[in-house]
Design a protein around this ligand. Structure first.
Ligand SMILES: *[C@@H]1O[C@H](CO)[C@@H](O)[C@H](O)[C@H]1NC(C)=O
Ligand SMILES: *[C@@H]1O[C@H](CO)[C@@H](O)[C@H](O)[C@H]1NC(C)=O
Ligand SMILES: *[C@@H]1O[C@H](CO)[C@@H](O)[C@H](O)[C@H]1NC(C)=O
Ligand SMILES: *[C@@H]1O[C@H](CO)[C@@H](O)[C@H](O)[C@H]1NC(C)=O
Ligand SMILES: *[C@@H]1O[C@H](CO)[C@@H](O)[C@H](O)[C@H]1NC(C)=O
Length: 339
């Protein structure tokens, strides 16, 4: 069971990095330009940077990333302001307004994103050591923070609360909003929902009652967080500890991108269909690619699926060995040839 619980998340691990000299705060009516590579805010510990990040051909999003690259030339993005509305690589900028608003404008001066804030006293924008981008006024009041509007990632010390959600990315290279979201449902349970053309709950298994899935509906605080040691805890009583629990690493909790979730979901989905249909022949019809137009050997398909499902059984000990698998397939092949 533990395996299927952790599947939707990708706990990435990074070593700490050191500082580089860039801007540590934006104040007055200054701005960060998409055209200047140095226009990047960096946290005092040098762990995080915020600036314009290329997401496509002449398309940029204002993002926060780990300064230490994930691999050569690859940044780990932990937050994005305008993931669904990238801006042009020329003239776009993030700027502070005297009114206390922080805005991102495109080349045509169109505002594509803003913090929607107002302040009578001067404001400044800075990146906290924990990766939180904060807009504060000179009286110390926090007007806005990126921790309150996550994209697909939760950082340690960042709370996932009742009005927030994590939304997957389309694909590994496409950061626009995908179809999966992790959020607290009306019954106080943390759920992963597929919000594509057909809406469905993916996790926990919608066929289970909350308590059967070891979730509690009683705690209405609706708070989840990942601590810096790798322990995740949610107010619906769902918890897990990362396999490498301990202080050494920086961690994030990231919703996989759509395709990855799809892959992991397929097995669960087949199992659901199996439960719904009394007869194997009918659930097979529900899961076979309609493009085949029924042109397949039903008997063989059943056998292959049966074997495939045994191989992914929740209980490892129930899984057959590779030679048993080969045996089953060969054996059945012979059987169906006799029919
Ligand atoms: C990302 O995917 C969306 C939806 O399919 C698409 O509209 C957009 O152009 C893609 N963005 C990039 C940079 O490929
Ligand atoms: C970034 O990482 C992905 C997947 O790990 C890889 O396919 C890609 O080549 C990497 N890009 C660069 C520029 O190294
Ligand atoms: C929370 O889970 C623990 C064990 O995982 C269980 O003993 C406890 O009763 C649960 N609490 C609620 C409120 O469901
Ligand atoms: C509800 O959950 C929060 C966060 O996990 C926890 O601090 C609080 O003690 C819980 N309340 C009850 C009544 O269990
Ligand atoms: C399947 O039949 C072939 C001959 O048609 C035979 O050589 C093979 O041993 C059989 N396999 C099994 C598992 O019975």
């Amino acid at each position: 069971m533990a395996i299927s619980i952790i599947l939707p998340f990708l706990p990435l691990i990074f070593f700490s990095s050191f500082s580089s000299s860039t801007i540590d705060r934006l104040s007055g009516s200054s701005s960060l330009s998409v055209e200047h590579a140095d226009d990047v805010l960096t946290s005092p510990n040098g762990d995080f940077s915020a600036g314009f990040f290329p997401v496509g051909d002449n398309a940029y999003c204002f993002a926060i990333w780990f300064c230490e690259p994930y691999s050569e030339g690859n940044r780990t993005i932990v937050w994005m302001a305008n993931r669904d509305q990238p801006v042009n690589g020329r003239k776009s900028e993030l700027s502070l307004r005297k009114s206390g608003n922080a805005i991102i404008t495109d080349a045509g001066r169109l505002t594509v994103w803003s913090t929607n804030t107002v302040s009578e006293s001067p404001v400044f924008l800075y990146l906290h050591e924990n990766g939180n981008l904060i807009l504060q006024n000179s009286e110390g009041g926090v007007l806005w923070q990126s921790f309150d509007s996550p994209t697909d990632t939760l950082l340690p010390q960042q709370l996932l609360t009742k009005d927030m959600q994590l939304v997957s990315s389309r694909s590994q290279g496409n950061f626009s909003s995908g179809f999966y979201k992790l959020y607290f449902d009306d019954d106080n349970v943390l759920r992963l929902l597929y919000g594509g053309p057909e809406i469905s709950v993916y996790w926990p298994d919608p066929e289970l009652l909350s308590w059967e899935a070891s979730r509690s509906t009683y705690n209405s605080s609706r708070i989840a967080f990942l601590d810096s040691l790798g322990y995740f805890s949610s107010s619906d009583n769902f918890t897990f500890m990362s396999a490498d629990y301990g202080e050494r690493f920086q961690r994030i909790l990231k919703l996989d991108f759509d395709e990855e979730i799809e892959n992991k979901r397929l097995v669960t989905w087949v199992r659901e269909k199996m439960k719904q249909a009394p007869e194997m022949s009918s659930w097979i019809e529900m899961i076979i690619d309609p493009k085949l137009e029924g042109k397949y050997d039903k008997g063989r398909m059943e056998i292959l699926l049966e074997v495939a499902l045994k191989c992914v059984a929740e209980d490892r000990d129930a899984r057959p060995t590779m030679s048993q698998v080969v045996e089953m397939i060969l054996h059945q092949e012979n059987d169906s040839e006799l029919v």
